[in-house]
Design a protein around this ligand. Structure first.
Ligand SMILES: NC(=O)c1ccc[n+]([C@@H]2O[C@H](COP(=O)([O-])OP(=O)(O)OC[C@H]3O[C@@H](n4cnc5c(N)ncnc54)[C@H](OP(=O)(O)O)[C@@H]3O)[C@@H](O)[C@H]2O)c1
Length: 262
């Protein structure tokens, strides 16, 4: 029987592979990332456990040619039902001191790749009048801190794009759903790649598992929630932050700047 297809970027680790394990129950999968050996191992595991077709698509989504191929593969998938724009990475440093190439790469991945893949996916989904797009943003979309300007800016862009798409789809009377998933500290390779020690980065109560993030996202999808913030502590934090006058918000952000960010 033909199953709906879910495409997951950054499926080789962390939140992306947690999405793949959860979605393999109901979907055929197209998994995208750079590390082929990890994608192949995950595909083998999922094919053995579930009656699903898993296609591995190795691509560096910051590369224009590879991104174009990934977008073409999505546009050519008639059973496409879900796109999870999850691939991403962090970068630390005062803006003018940070490596410009690394920052530009982050913008190409978080912004340009999301833009191109979402455009390709919506062509199919809107035609089918079904399906969803999940954009993995961050709590950093709503609260900034020093040393994280580009990351916060790209995540705010993701949240704003998703809200704009929500309005466009509603205006068009489309049944397609969009979600901006906004996790806080999540255990994955993300902080390891930044050389950060998870044990000292944040108190244990603030750490989320990738599985908990995916659970919250899929529950939110069933309710067609536009913004999903996993964990009551983060919901409370963002709720309060959003109500503060700018001067007070900035004071809190300055204090939080002493901690590493997510
Ligand atoms: N962990 C957190 O605390 C946290 C909090 C809020 C939001 N997020 C967001 O959650 C998303 C997933 O992060 P994670 O925590 O699961 O981290 P992760 O374990 O490091 O996963 C990142 C994924 O992105 C892929 N990726 C990175 N660069 C890529 C590129 N150029 N082309 C294609 N794929 C690329 C990586 O695969 P390859 O290396 O194989 O390419 C990997 O699968 C990111 O967007 C991140 O910003 C994370």
């Amino acid at each position: 029987m033909t199953k709906p297809v879910a495409v997951i970027t950054g499926a080789s680790s962390g939140i992306g592979s947690a999405f793949a394990r959860r979605l393999a129950v109901h979907y055929d999968l197209l998994l995208i990332a750079r590390r082929q050996e990890l994608l192949d191992a995950l595909a083998l595991e999922l094919r053995a456990r579930h009656d699903c077709r898993v296609t591995v698509f190795v691509a560096d989504l910051t590369d224009t040619v590879q991104l174009t191929s990934a977008a073409a593969a999505i546009a050519a998938e008639p059973q496409l039902d879900l796109l999870v724009n999850n691939a991403g990475f962090g970068h630390r440093g005062l803006f003018w001191e940070a490596d410009l190439e690394a920052i530009e790469k982050m913008h190409r991945l978080h912004v340009t790749a999301t833009l191109r893949l979402t455009h390709a996916a919506l062509g199919v989904l809107v035609r089918r009048n079904a399906g969803a797009i999940i954009n993995v943003a961050s709590v950093a979309a709503f609260g900034q801190r020093a040393g994280n300007a580009s990351y916060g800016a790209t995540k705010s862009w993701l949240a704003t794009l998703t809200e704009g798409l929500y309005l466009d789809l509603h205006q068009a009377g489309s049944a397609v759903t969009v979600q901006a998933l906004c996790p806080g500290f999540t255990s994955s390779e993300f902080h390891d790649l930044l050389g950060e020690d998870r044990a000292t980065l944040a108190p244990p109560s603030l750490w989320l598992t990738a599985d908990a993030v995916v659970d919250a996202s899929l529950q939110g999808l069933a309710k067609r929630s536009l913004f999903v913030v996993p964990g009551w502590r983060y919901k409370l934090m963002l709720g309060l932050l959003g109500k503060l006058p700018t001067a007070l918000k900035l004071r809190l952000e300055q204090r939080a700047s002493r901690l590493p960010s997510h």
